[in-house]
Design a protein around this ligand. Structure first.
Ligand SMILES: Nc1ncnc2c1ncn2[C@@H]1O[C@H](COP(=O)(O)OP(=O)(O)O)[C@@H](O)[C@H]1O
Ligand SMILES: [Mg+2]
Length: 399
């Protein structure tokens, strides 16, 4: 069948990766000022599935030669995975990732420096084997007091500049890429202090560039908390938004990479509408379409509706993790966006009882607050729910 990548690939080959030349040249130009002691701090935003992760992995490949580039995905940290998001857990993860990458690159990982730090602070340690493939064990401290935690934070967040200073002869600088950064929202009350602390370290490091990224809608509060004028980084952080493929790009992409798909003009228009130009959907959907058969508008609509639970499987995963009350909220918003008070009335609950749930759904970017109303932001989730309902006469609370 077609040569299009899977929707779940995180690293694409050069044959699979399409376009984004502008974004790549912007990012690499900015990052290269790191070698002139002028490391930039960048926020890469964009909706789910638009291609941030694969782009960042490409950037890593481009920059790897002269820099130590650490790519880490906060959403795979244990602390997040186990639903026990904590500062300590994030520091552990951050520290492990940096050591792991430095080790891979054969750099001086400051073993003595690390041991000395733990010794002078009297930390009890447990050894963690990072991954058997790397065959390194890293001492991780057991933290007793608030003060210990601060010292540990200091140590962890200073490590990148420390590593650069000790390896100047081998690298031009360091680049730290943190993907799925938005999961720090789950630090709840610690979020603000985390951001401000982190900023303190980040902005003083002249040889370490930072890229923060994650699936954040443009109106996400976190973006202004990070990069807004009054946000933690003030005006210092450069924001680059990754957009879906335009209609023309999508057309070029399919013509080049999936020539076996024979769209009529209307068929293609509909395909673009269904996928909104989001590469994730483009790839998954295109892979479902029959080769070498004319695809008119109706063929495309039928194929889409027939395959929708496959196309939106990542959203169904999220859906399955929601509580019944959270599902109720989404279902109540299917027909139209609602003011909070009307939503509460529709659900027959007190408006105040909705706060936590609405926050959580917004954090997941499943719903959005705009113009005084809450609405579903994932239009394909909405479409899937509608189709399920029309076929089964009931919404899929358990799918
Ligand atoms: N430049 C691209 N060329 C081809 N396919 C892409 C491109 N960008 C994204 N994709 C497709 O979209 C999927 C999701 O991309 P990803 O980077 O994980 O999105 P995000 O991190 O923004 O949620 C990829 O697995 C791939 O199938
Ligand atoms: Mg991603």
């Amino acid at each position: 069948m077609s040569n299009l990548p899977w929707g779940t690939s995180k690293v694409l080959t050069d044959e699979e990766f399409f376009n984004r030349t502008q974004e790549i040249s912007n990012l690499t130009n900015l990052l290269n000022s790191t070698s002139e002691n002028n490391a930039p701090d960048i926020l890469v935003t964009g909706i789910r599935g638009v291609g941030k992760t694969v782009l960042l992995n490409k950037i890593k490949q481009f920059m790897d030669e002269n820099y130590l580039v650490v790519y880490m995905d906060f959403s795979v940290s244990q602390t997040y995975q186990k639903n026990k998001m904590s500062l300590k857990g994030l520091y552990d993860f951050y520290y492990q990732k940096i050591i792991e990458e430095a080790h891979l690159k054969g750099l001086n990982t400051l073993k003595n420096h690390i041991n000395k730090f733990f010794k002078t602070n009297n930390f009890k340690l447990k050894e963690v084997v990072v991954a058997s493939a790397f065959d390194i064990s890293i001492p991780i401290p057991i933290i007793g007091t608030e003060r210990d935690l601060e010292r540990y934070r200091d140590f962890v967040f200073r490590l990148p500049q420390e590593i650069y200073d000790n390896n100047k002869d081998k690298i031009d600088g360091m680049i730290i890429i943190i993907d799925e950064f938005q999961v720090i929202k789950e630090l709840n009350t610690y979020l603000e202090s985390f951001l401000w602390n982190f900023r303190g370290y980040v902005t003083e490091q002249r040889n370490v560039a930072y890229i923060l990224s994650g699936s954040m809608g443009l109106q996400d509060n976190l973006i202004s908390e990070i990069a807004g004028q009054n946000g933690a980084f003030g005006g210092r952080m450069l924001t680059i938004n990754i957009n879906p493929f335009s209609k023309q790009t999508t057309k070029n992409y399919l013509t080049e990479r999936a020539p076996e798909l024979k769209f009529t003009q209307e068929g293609f228009e509909r395909f673009y509408k269904c996928t909104s130009g989001i590469p994730y959907y483009i790839n998954i959907f295109a892979r479902q379409l029959p080769a070498n058969r004319e695809l008119d508008e109706n063929n495309v609509i039928d194929a889409f509706d027939n395959n929708i639970s496959f196309i939106v499987s990542h959203l169904i995963n999220e859906w399955n993790r929601l509580t019944t009350k959270e599902k109720d909220i989404i279902i109540a918003l299917i027909d139209s966006p609602l003011k909070r008070i009307d939503l509460a009335r529709k659900l027959n609950v007190k408006s105040g009882s909705l706060s936590d749930k609405l926050n959580k759904l917004q954090n997941l970017d499943l719903i959005r607050f705009a113009g005084g109303e809450y609405g579903i932001s994932e239009k394909l989730l909405k479409r899937w729910l509608e189709i399920e309902y029309s076929q089964k006469g009931i919404y899929p609370y358990r799918f």
